[in-house]
Design a binder for this molecule. Structure first.
Ligand code: SAM
Length: 290
């Protein structure tokens, strides 16, 4: 069965072939379904689902009974040829993940990449995405942002990554789970400084939706004082690094302060200036006056 998608230019170039619809699904609230999403999920031949049981709950909510097959990180590569074959035959397929937009920290990238290389039809059915929902209510600059997905689970690797992005000037967004949210904020205090502004969107669109807003230290306090704030799913958004009136970033100042505990001021200033591409004199002055 093929689904009408006459607004898709590439479909007219691939007549007779089916289309892969990349369909965003709710991130918690099942009422966040669009008419187009319901239409596509009800009329495609099959649905490639990250977790078929979870997708069947959504299908039952919208009154559809479309056959599903499993398509997740561990079997994705084996299933690409089969999906391509079905599309060649004229079947249309919807790709869905457990929640939100497929490919965004979810399966689907190798499939879409391969289908695009083969010139096949791929169409987006846009909808919920946790990072966009969170950014839209955070009150942080949204003109430029960087999405970092999940941080490494081990603290050492996580700190390396956080130090790498400490100087990023755009709002930086992370996904985080309940197991690691506290440790993640602890490492952010080390890498970004305790005063960096962070907004955490928790359980968005769900019953216990919360937005926590403050410095890294304040957020750590909120989580330590209320264990409920460590439960659920999180989007962590960090304000980009800003230079203060002395023209030094928080991270440069932090490194300089740490180094000066062990080294003469001149040497600490020299190393900091090299690491952060700052002027040596500026760092030295900061150490003298700071
Ligand atoms: N593809 C999804 C999307 O478009 O947002 C993300 C999938 S990723 C495997 C799951 C992560 O997204 C969670 O660990 C959490 O960081 C974030 N997330 C998903 N739903 C959320 C929600 N309702 N509230 C806050 N964060 C959420």
């Amino acid at each position: 069965m093929s689904v009408d998608s006459s607004n898709n230019k590439s479909n007219s170039e691939n007549q007779g072939q089916g289309t892969l619809y990349v369909v965003a699904t709710p991130i918690g609230n099942l009422e966040d379904t669009s008419e187009r999403m319901r239409h596509i999920l009800s009329t495609v031949s099959r649905i490639a689902a990250e977790d078929t049981r979870r997708t069947k709950q959504l299908l039952s909510h919208i009154g559809a009974d479309t056959p599903c097959f499993s398509f997740h990180d561990h079997n994705e590569r084996q299933k690409i040829d089969r999906v391509a074959e079905l599309l060649q035959k004229g079947d249309s397929i919807a790709l869905v993940s457990d929640a939100g937009t497929p490919l965004i920290s979810d399966p689907g990238y190798p499939l879409v990449n391969e289908l695009r290389k083969r010139g096949m039809n791929v169409v987006a059915i846009p909808g919920p995405c946790a990072l966009i929902a969170a950014l839209s209510i955070a009150g942080l600059p949204s003109d430029r942002f960087v999405f970092e997905g999940f941080l490494p689970s081990k603290s050492g690797a996580r700190l390396v990554q956080l130090h790498r992005i400490a100087l990023e000037t755009a709002t930086t967004i992370f996904y985080e789970s309940s197991h690691r949210i506290r440790a993640c904020l602890g490492d952010m205090a080390i890498a970004f400084g305790e005063e960096r502004h962070v907004v955490v969107g928790r359980e968005l669109t769900k019953t216990f939706e919360t937005v926590l807003d403050g410095t890294v230290t304040e957020l750590i306090g909120m989580l330590d004082n209320d264990p409920n704030q460590r439960k659920g799913e999180f989007v962590v958004m960090v304000r980009g690094s800003v230079k203060d009136t002395e023209g030094l970033s928080e991270s440069a100042k932090m490194l300089a302060r740490k180094l000066v505990e062990h080294l003469p001021k001149k040497q600490a200033a020299k190393i900091t200036a090299e690491v952060f591409e700052e002027k040596k004199n500026k760092v030295y002055e900061y150490l003298l006056n700071g």
